[in-house]
Every structure is written in structure tokens, then in C-alpha cells.
Design a protein around this ligand. Sequence first.
Ligand code: KG4
Ligand code: ZN
Length: 338
Amino acid sequence: MIVLGLETSCDETGLALYDSEVGLRAQVLYSQIKLHAEYGGVVPELASRDHVRKLIPLMNQLLEESKIQKSEIDAIAYTRGPGLMGALMTGALFGRTLAFALNKPAIGVHHMEGHMLAPLLSETPPEFPFVALLVSGGHTQLMAAHGIGQYELLGESIDDAAGEAFDKVAKMMGLAYPGGPNVSKLALQGSATAFDFPRPMLHQGLDFSFSGLKTAVSIQLKKVAGQNREADIAASFQEALVDTLVKKSVKALKQTGLKRLVIAGGVSANSRLRERLEADLAKIKATVYYAEPALCTDNGAMIAFAGYQRLKAGQHDGLSVTTTPRWPMTELSNPEQG
Ligand code: KG4
Ligand code: ZN
């Protein structure tokens, strides 16, 4: 089965073709980063308009690069939510309409399920069950994943998401959006122990809170203004955030008795997080799994793959176009049970 995947939930237009026989056939990605840069964050209306401009040219590029004809596409998967309403609508309408024209099934996919399943596309995919640490620009969650659509929420951020904290700290330092990669690059030149930033809610269950950490960074930045300490602050901030994510993940593994941790979402591309998890999980004989960096941030491949998991069980949507900007992952169904 060849599935076309469409991702338009935020500021990336991603299209991919997943072939259940051979794996990922082709993918194209257009990032709107430059478009939003001068505003320091994503402007929803500009994002929607740009997706509309890019979808057709990217689709043509994808078909050309893959040498696959439109008529060979068996089904279409698009991101139904969570995300920006207008941005979601563009991909959903495009996907649903194309599926109608081709007389093929379409399915709306949960963006975070897409992220979570992306590591299954790697050479050494994890098996269910596993604990998933989902860390993106909008979400920070720990899930117990027992199978496709069988997700149990173990903990989540009560305020800022991990990626959001990176982005806000970057903004305070005058670094460009998206902040995660820029903060972690600057952190390489600093000391992770220079400042002892708080690790909020470390000993309280599996929920997270990052807004206090962000405030602590803001106060410290003002205190050392003009002293050229930005790299030390970046490194110490990253360490506090990573330390919290690692300790809570270890706690979740111990609590569930599971030995596999899957990390997914933009922040899972962070090399310090990967390094710390490799080291700390080895101590408890657990293994960490992640996708290649290009599949950690938003992309069409993860949507094609997650869609395929449901389509192969016969699940698909009707003719109406539904987007769900707020959508808890625990509401998803097990496709085997309809
Ligand atoms: O999953 P994603 O591409 O989009 C959402 O679904 O939100 O995640 C984007 C987030 C941004 O906040 C970005 O700063 C962060 O992931 N990010 C990183 C890194 N690469 C992306 N954060 C830390 N280190 C990175 N290397
Ligand atoms: Zn995402």
C-alpha cells in the first residue's frame, strides 16, 4: 500500500510517500522559518497562506522525485490535529479533496501519534510496549504505549512545553526562532554547571513545569547583562531541562516496569538529551529509541506512516473534513478494534 502523508499543522509543509512493502519512498519538506523569523514566532495566518502556496508545487516535486504516479497512491493521510486551525485546514482540505478525486480513502492523523511512531521507521525500531517521552514545541508528555492507539497518559507539562521553553529562552537571548537548535549550539561553548537552575517538580509525580525555569533564566540574564555569559546560561538551562526530562523518564520506566523508552518530537533531536538518556538508561538496563534528526521535527513521513497503521486495519474517515486543533492522544482508538 502506498500512502501519501501531508503535514501542515504548524510552520512546516511536509509531504511523503510511504510504501508498506519497501518503506519510505520519498519526502519533501518546506520550512516557513524565514517567513516567521522577523516576528519571533509562528504567525498563524501567514502559516496557512504559505501552506496553500506550497502544497501543489511540493506534491508535484514529490511525484517527480519518487517516479510514482498519482494513480498509484492507495490512500492519503493528513494531520487532523493538534495544531493551528487554519494551517490544519489547508492540509486536510487538500488531502480530502485529492482522495475524493482519486477515489481513494483518506484518514486524519494525530500529529503527536505521528511523532511517537516515527522511531518505528528507523533501522532498529522499538517494539511495543514502551514509554514515550513526547517533547515538541507544544507538548511535553510521558505516555505508556501498549500498541497502536493504546496510550495511557503518565504525566505532562502543566505549563510550558519543553520546546516552548527552548524557544522562549532563545528569544530572551536574541537568538532566532526556532530556539532549540540555536540554544543547544550556543550551549556547546558554555558550562552546564555555571548556574544552578531549578529542576521544577522533580520529586512530584510525572508531571512537568518549565515556566519557573524560564523565569529563573530571565532573572539570571539580567543579573549578568554585559558579562558575556550567554553560553554558560544556555548550557546550564539546557542541563536543567534535560536533567528533568531524563529523571522523569527513568521514573516512568520504573513505575511501569517497561524497559524501552521512545523519545519523539522536535526536542528529541537534542544531542545532550540523547547523550544523557543513553547513559542513565544503561544503568537500569533500559534502551532509548529515537528517529533520525530529520524525522524528529515535523515531516510528512511520520503522518504517512501513522496513517498507514490505521488504514491497514481498514480505518478511514468519511467525506467530511474534520480538523481537531485540541485533541488528547488518549482519545485515539485501537484500529484493530475499530
Ligand atoms: O515537533 P516539532 O518540530 O513541532 C511541534 O510539533 O511543535 O518541535 C519543534 C520544537 C521547537 O520548539 C524547537 O525549538 C524544538 O522542537 N527543537 C529543539 C531542537 N530541535 C528542535 N529543541 C532542542 N534541541 C534541538 N536540537
Ligand atoms: Zn510536531
